[in-house]
Design a protein around this ligand. Structure first.
Ligand SMILES: [Zn+2]
Length: 74
């Protein structure tokens, strides 16, 4: 979660927050991500992540721990 916040800050408000749908809580964001993953048109796994900018939750491509680490520090 902390890595997500750091990676988000580095990626910038446009990519991390911007026009994305914001969910006020983790459970509703996770449910929305699961529903999207169930669609045949969704090719890449999605996951809910906490936003460093608006302090709500968004849905984005699921990142591995290595990816998160490198975008948080890289
Ligand atoms: Zn946001």
């Amino acid at each position: 979660m902390e890595l997500h916040l750091r990676a988000g800050r580095r990626a910038g408000v446009e990519r991390t927050c911007g026009k994305k749908v914001a969910y006020p809580a983790e459970d509703s964001a996770t449910r929305a991500a699961v529903a999207m993953n169930a669609k045949p048109t969704t090719r890449k796994p999605l996951e809910a992540y906490p936003c460093a900018f608006c302090e709500q939750w968004h849905i984005g491509r699921a990142m591995s721990l290595d990816e998160l680490r490198s975008s948080a520090t890289g």
